[in-house]
Ligand binder design. Structure first.
Ligand SMILES: Nc1ncnc2c1ncn2[C@@H]1O[C@H](COP(=O)(O)OP(=O)(O)OP(=O)(O)O)[C@@H](O)[C@H]1O
Ligand SMILES: [Mg+2]
Length: 139
């Protein structure tokens, strides 16, 4: 196509595109879309977390194909009360320290799944460890 023709086509806008910085919410939602494409992706992420936590029992409940409710319960190591909010924030993980990205031993390592679920839906986490009482955190 001869691009010089476009300049004279009255049906094509001549305005220059505006480049703008997206806000935090939009940035987080776009990033979350990469992790949580559909309800099944949310279940996959939560089951992987349970396996990484050493769980021997994992229960999955859902309603309306996962659109209304997804609840995954496991008997793994749990998250300590003081770490629960951190676990639900972006780029926070217990699985790597960032020094050797070629030696990943777990399903998860990005520290993205829980905050992604919180960005595209309502996320409530309830957890306890052998040392801490059950704690609830919602984002
Ligand atoms: N079911 C769970 N039992 C125990 N700890 C958990 C559980 N789910 C999450 N965690 C803790 O919360 C952290 C954050 O979880 P999240 O799924 O967001 O990241 P990740 O598993 O480290 O990496 P990825 O984003 O690749 O899944 C985990 O690193 C882990 O320490
Ligand atoms: Mg994970």
């Amino acid at each position: 196509m001869d691009c010089s023709m476009l300049k004279h086509d009255p049906n094509i806008s001549q305005s220059q595109p505006v480049i703008r910085q997206l806000n935090e919410t939009a940035i987080n939602q776009i990033a979350a879309g990469e992790v949580v494409e559909r309800p099944a992706s949310a279940i996959k992420e939560l089951v992987e977390n349970a396996i990484d936590a050493g769980a021997s029992r994992i229960d999955v409940e859902y309603a309306d194909g996962g659109k209304r409710l997804i609840q995954v319960t496991d008997n793994g190591c749990g998250i300590a009360a003081e770490d629960l909010a951190l676990a639900m924030s972006r780029h926070a993980t217990s699985k790597i320290d960032g020094s050797d990205l070629l030696n990943i031993q777990s399903f998860g390592f990005r520290g993205e799944a829980l905050p992604s679920l919180g960005a595209v839906g309502k996320l409530t986490s309830v957890s306890y460890t052998h040392l801490t009482l059950p704690t609830i955190c919602s984002v």
